[in-house]
Design a protein around this ligand. Structure first.
Ligand code: NOJ
Ligand code: CA
Length: 676
């Protein structure tokens, strides 16, 4: 049955009312969220309500298509259908082992009422904790070769809101400090962008399954109305595809609490299932490496007297890894191409040969004899076509040497990715997050998978949940990581990680590289953290590969705290956000996927906090020894960052613990069941 609704489009008294026709609707399984599709004088819009209150006011949909004109007006509903899904699937690794995929779907087709009578499908999946929708371009003679000059999707937020966001379309990709501003003051933002409305509702905007399409930035048009702004391609268009094809899902996670956003699995659920089959060859694990000393400028990527990637230095790291139970040793600067200025200058990189002072064959054998694996490093300097020409040879070498994880890197300014379609042909520049790079990253991930290698991308394209489809894409950077505490000006402020959890981390795992217990960057610049907070980051910032980033000699001085880094797992069967506010603090508990232990991490911003934590997440009827790693008396990130204490307590799920977090501090706890 069709319903008619009159909208308050009467901005000026006396304007003739515009009749919006609601042509289709769908509700989430628990009747929490509802989506309505309206057609107003041939223009399509959607709106979202939650428990009867409008969350997203009528927002337009459509495209600007090259040659063919706007696909936005003169639209009429041609067909619609609904279906429900309730399924649970298992992750090979992740924050939780099982994921419930429970939604109601509305599939609609809209066709132009005038020539050229093109059709477009719009599909909504409505979950209790959010909405995903995408466009599907069916193949049709009048719309086969599709050049998208702009996507016109809008998001008109109904209630006044505060936004946490980083700028999009800027030179430093995703490596910015988070802005907290009224939503009405956002410029152009990357996703995930998270907002909190005046009514206390949390919404995160992002996308899922970014495949062969360009990334969506959010540009504020006016008031609280945002519009998709696709990253451009060197050809001048945004996206070029051949029908049939789908756009990525545009997503809104919607929750009563900040933690509810993090616990939502909407992004993963909207991705295609695993295409790689059995990936048990990937072992979630921790690693050490010649990395922090490079960023401290104590050693260099370049060859010469300070070269970090030497046979002797790497052996020392392998020994340290073997002694303390780390599976991986990352070595950067192992290959030719680093001498001189490599920033944005990658045409000399060779990914199949080591420098003469790095005996890769001997080191791989030495590592193997100790149960350790070298981690490869492919810094491209953004000469991406040059890298692609070596991909298969490089991964074949790695596989032969037992190197089963590779960190990639794309250091240059955004918009300066170098693409050369034919050898010796012209070089054109691409954005790091345009369609061409979306394709490139999947090329790398698929080539690596063929050699049973996992990828950790730095200076990546944003994560949109593709780890579900390609579980060897295990981590990436895509935000300011620990390296900014070495040389960043300013370094990461104490609130940074509490921002990340509710923004960047909604997208997926981050290779943040925590655990710098020496708390000093380059030239002694203080890191704005306590010791206990560095430990808590292993629980708070999820990745199935985690670095212990500090130098071995620094860990030797902090063995008490280092124990937690040795013990903490990186693969989980369950995750709970116990408490948290964006940019203020967060407490997360996770259960070991391969054991019965629970782990808790809590971090705060520049304000100290006393938090009461009920332990009801623990298995009932069991007694646990809680190994507590906390801020010591008088701890403070500015004045007493090293004040640190360890203690143990016996607890059960009926107990409540009080966490006392220092300004800029944190707490890490390992709960080990006794008597079983
Ligand atoms: C930037 C990466 O984030 C960092 O981890 C790496 O050491 C350098 N690029 C060099 O590749
Ligand atoms: Ca980086």
């Amino acid at each position: 049955m069709r319903r008619f609704a009159l909208f308050a489009l009467l901005a000026l008294a006396g304007t003739t009312p515009v009749l919006a026709e609601t042509v289709a609707s769908v509700e989430s399984p628990g009747k929490i969220l509802r989506v309505d599709l309206d057609v107003t004088e041939g223009r399509l819009s959607y709106r979202i309500s939650r428990l009867g209150e409008t969350v997203i006011a009528p927002s337009h949909m459509g495209f600007l298509l090259r040659g063919a004109g706007k696909l936005e007006r003169n639209l009429a509903l041609a067909s619609s259908s609904t279906r429900s899904q309730d399924d649970t699937w298992e992750q090979p690794w992740g924050e939780s082992r099982f994921v419930r995929d429970h939604y109601d779907e509305l599939r609609t087709r809209f066709t132009e009422t005038i020539e050229p009578k093109r059709s477009i499908d719009v599909v909504f999946r409505v979950f209790d904790d959010g909405v995903g929708f995408r466009y599907e371009f069916p193949d049709q003679p009048q719309l086969h070769d599709v050049i998208i000059d702009d996507e016109l999707t809008e998001f008109d937020v109904a209630s006044p809101a505060t936004a946490w966001w980083i700028p999009a379309g800027e030179w430093n990709r995703y490596e910015y400090l988070y802005n907290k501003t009224p939503l009405a003051e956002v410029g152009q933002a990357h996703t995930p962008m998270t907002i909190k409305t005046r009514d206390g509702l949390y919404i995160a905007f992002h996308e899922a399954a970014l495949v062969d399409y360009s990334s969506m930035w959010l540009r504020r048009v006016e008031g609280q109305r945002l519009r998709a702004q696709l990253a451009p391609a060197s050809e001048g268009w945004k996206v070029h595809r051949t029908a049939p094809f789908n756009t990525p899902w545009r997503t809104l996670q919607i929750a009563d609490t900040a933690g509810g956003l993090y616990e939502s699995n909407l992004i993963l659920n909207l991705n295609e299932p695993n295409k790689l089959g059995d990936v048990s060859w990937f072992k979630p694990s921790k690693f050490v490496g010649v990395w922090w000393s490079l960023h401290l400028d104590q050693q260099t990527w370049a060859t010469g007297p300070k070269h970090g990637a030497t046979t002797a230095t790497t052996k020392r790291y392998i020994d340290f890894a073997a002694k303390h139970g780390f599976r991986g040793v990352l070595v950067e600067g192992w290959n030719p191409g680093w001498d001189g200025n490599w920033f944005g200058n990658g045409w000399n990189f060779d990914f199949t040969r080591a420098t003469p002072d790095f005996d890769i064959e001997q080191l791989a054998a030495y590592a193997k004899s100790k149960g350790v694996h070298l981690i490869g490093h492919h810094e491209t300097g953004c000469a991406v076509s040059h890298y692609e020409s070596q991909l298969d040879a490089a991964f074949a070498l790695d596989q032969r040497l037992g190197i089963d994880a590779v960190k990639t890197g794309y250091v240059c300014d955004a918009g300066q990715i170098e693409r050369q379609d034919v050898p010796n042909g012209p070089v054109v520049r691409e954005w790091h997050d345009g369609q061409w790079m979306a394709r490139h990253h999947l090329k790398v991930v698929q080539a690596a998978a063929a050699h049973h290698i996992v990828i950790d991308t730095h200076e990546p394209i944003k994560d949109t949940g593709l780890r579900r489809t390609y579980p060897n894409w295990v981590a990436r950077e895509g935000a300011r990581g620990m390296e900014y505490n070495a040389w960043g000006n300013p370094p990461n402020p104490p609130e940074h990680e509490a921002n990340l959890v509710f923004t960047r981390m909604l997208a997926g795992p981050m290779d943040f590289t925590p655990g710098v217990l020496s708390l000093k960057g380059r030239n002694g610049q203080p890191i704005q953290s306590t010791i206990a907070k560095q430990l808590a980051l292993y629980v708070v910032l999820y990745s199935p590969i985690q670095m212990a980033a500090d130098l071995p000699e620094n860990y030797e001085k902090h063995m008490d705290a280092f124990q937690f880094i040795e013990d903490v797992p990186v693969d989980w069967s369950q995750t709970r956000v116990l408490d948290g506010e964006i940019g203020d603090y967060v407490t997360i508990a996770r259960k070991d996927r391969n054991g019965e232990g629970w782990y808790l991490g809590s971090v705060t911003d520049e304000n100290g906090r006393v938090l009461s934590v009920p332990l009801s997440f623990l298995d009932p009827g069991r007694t646990y020894v809680a190994q507590i790693y906390r801020d010591g008396d008088g701890a403070h990130w500015k004045t007493a960052p090293f004040a640190f204490a360890r203690e143990t307590k016996r607890v059960t799920s009926a107990d409540t613990l009080t966490l006392r977090l220092a300004p800029g501090g944190g707490e890490a706890i390992r709960f080990m069941p006794v008597g079983r």
